[in-house]
Design a protein around this ligand. Structure first.
Ligand SMILES: Nc1ncnc2c1ncn2[C@@H]1O[C@H](COP(=O)(O)OP(=O)(O)OP(=O)(O)O)[C@@H](O)[C@H]1O
Ligand SMILES: [Mg+2]
Length: 243
């Protein structure tokens, strides 16, 4: 196994373009194979901003991101986004059935090389506590939690390297939340592929269950409790005297 992280963010920073205030202070984070990170923190502290920047869906005002030790270029950004997958806090679900939603990515140019596997999709749904007929359900009739499950399966089936989960169980009952946790943990542990996850949660007990490393976000500053501080964390100012 290589020592180079799957993804490494170096002092990435984001400002609100209109008001000029800082949304994310310069933040560094390395994600290596097997890493399971949880992020908790108050509403509006920058957790979603951080995940979207890691996924290179939102612009970086400073800093850069490396993928397997190399900068992400115009030529590699599509493959990067395919592998470093952001699961939105409020999933975008299309009209039609759940299966139509799961088939959708395969209509995109970025996924021309892979094919929809119905049995595997059903198996994910069953692991998430749904019935075998889940794929036939109408998207317009899904509960918030079922929409979240659909969005998660839509990403898992594409076998990304890193899952960036933005409160994926916020609208689920405890039983379904545990099913989602189990689904993600099974996915993380399966195969010999390099996989890692960052899970944003408002539930400290869940954060503990789904991670080995717990970070907190406060007013755009990502940090971890001093007792468990590792070598690859986090806020650049905290490390200035070690440089
Ligand atoms: N594109 C944007 N432009 C300007 N400000 C933004 C943008 N996106 C988010 N913000 C602001 O950045 C701050 C952090 O938002 P963010 O969505 O990251 O919070 P959060 O920690 O995920 O909160 P929650 O727990 O409620 O989801 C908020 O004040 C929000 O209004
Ligand atoms: Mg958020």
């Amino acid at each position: 196994m290589t020592d180079i992280p799957i993804v490494e963010a170096f002092d990435i920073c984001r400002r609100d373009a209109q008001r000029g205030n800082v949304l994310l202070q310069p933040t560094s984070l390395a994600l290596s194979a097997g890493d399971r990170v949880a992020v908790t923190g108050p509403s509006g502290s920058g957790k979603s901003v951080f995940l979207r920047m890691l996924a290179l869906l939102d612009p970086l005002d400073a800093g850069h991101i490396e993928w397997h030790g190399k900068p992400v270029s115009r030529a590699t950004i599509t493959r990067y986004r395919r592998n470093i997958a952001y699961i939105r806090q409020r999933p975008a679900i299309l009209d039609g059935t759940v299966e139509d939603n799961l088939r959708y990515p395969y209509t995109l140019g970025a996924y021309r090389d892979v094919r929809f596997d119905r049995d595997r999709a059903i198996s994910f749904a069953v692991q998430a506590g749904r019935g075998h007929d889940f794929l036939d359900r109408l998207a317009s009739e899904l509960s918030g939690g079922e929409a979240q499950i659909t969005a998660l399966i839509r990403v898992l089936q594409l076998a990304p390297e890193v899952l960036l989960l933005d409160e994926p169980t916020a609208s689920l009952d405890p039983e379904s939340s545990h099913a989602i946790e189990a689904l993600v943990q099974t996915w993380l542990a399966s195969g010999d592929a390099q996989r890692a996850s960052v899970w944003v949660s408002h539930d400290p007990a869940q954060a503990k269950r789904v991670s080995d490393r717990h970070l907190t976000m406060r007013a755009g500053v990502l940090s971890e409790p001093a007792a468990s501080a590792g070598p690859s964390a986090t806020h650049s100012e905290a490390r200035e005297d070690t440089r």
